[in-house]
Design a protein around this ligand. Structure first.
Ligand code: GLP
Length: 276
């Protein structure tokens, strides 16, 4: 596991964006050789998406040969609702880059047969050759995607009932009105994310500090589903100082001492201008 600790949210977002950019460029995507990226929603990845858009606008990064798969979507919320994850992804990311809309996959929370929709999503991931880099975020209760506490760590894409902690955390997007927050969602499983060749999880803010501690300093536990990534051979946690508040000083010192190694992953920042 790599734990990358940056001073604040903006630096953590930039580090994550640089890492994604370098992964895509080093892969040398082309017609018939697509880079496959798993993507999250939430407030955490917004800074990272902004940076990726900037790299795209500067001509440094293209998403022409990138396929994306989103982690989750609410059930029953109209697709064009401002808080649907479809709206989120198009408004905050996809409409600003050159991705082919046919290559941006988001679960349909209004599908007539929800399990068939989930099964088809898994199949599409498989047909795309699996996910090269799954970027994720977590809830303060340590859930990844919508894999709430108690979810099987071998789970696949399916329908989940949201936990009260998640409904409370997400109420801010629905005028603080708990009754407006959807109670169910479609989500990739922990097993689906575990199958990715590499996983990068963004954790920022003091309200996620306990979850980060549970994720990396205690055992693998289905009550903190993000802890499953202790068993993934290539996981990077990217966090800010605030998120490390519950970690042992020893842990923080060790990983901070490795920053010069981790920074080699993002410096130099590659550009497609030089590649072509
Ligand atoms: C929801 C999503 C998660 C996301 C989490 C964190 O629960 N299903 O995928 O990681 O929110 O959101 P935020 O980044 O706003 O804290």
């Amino acid at each position: 596991m790599r734990l990358v600790i940056l001073d604040d949210y903006n630096l953590a977002s930039e580090w994550a964006a640089k890492y994604i950019c370098n992964c895509i460029i080093q892969f040398k995507p082309s017609q018939g050789r697509y880079f496959t990226l798993g993507l999250p929603t939430g407030s955490t990845p917004l800074g990272c998406y902004k940076k990726l858009i900037e790299y795209h606008k500067n001509g440094d990064l293209s998403f022409k040969y990138v396929k994306t798969f989103n982690m989750d979507e609410y059930v029953g919320l109209p697709r064009n609702h401002p808080e649907s994850y479809h709206s989120y992804m198009w408004n905050n990311f996809f409409k600003h880059i050159d991705i082919d809309p046919n290559n941006a996959h988001i679960l349909d929370g209004n599908a007539p047969d929800l399990q068939a929709e989930c099964d088809a999503f898994e199949k599409k991931i498989e047909e795309a050759g699996g996910i090269d880099l799954f970027v994720g975020g977590i809830g303060p209760d340590g859930h990844i995607a919508f894999n709430e506490p108690g979810s099987s760590l071998a789970s696949r894409t399916r329908l989940k009932t949201l936990a009260m902690d998640t409904i409370l955390a997400n109420a801010k997007y629905f005028d603080g009105d708990l009754s407006k927050v959807p109670t169910m969602a479609l989500t990739v499983g922990v097993g689906t994310v575990m199958d990715a060749r590499e996983v990068m999880i963004l954790i920022t803010g003091a309200h996620k500090a306990f979850a980060l501690y549970k994720a990396i300093e205690e055992g693998v536990n289905h009550m903190w589903t993000v802890s499953a990534f202790q068993q993934h051979p290539r996981t990077i946690f990217v966090c800010d100082e605030d998120a490390t508040l519950e970690l042992r000083v020893k842990t923080v010192k060790y990983f901070k001492g490795l920053m010069h190694v981790h920074n080699k992953l993002v410096d130099p920042l590659y550009s497609m201008k030089e590649e072509n």
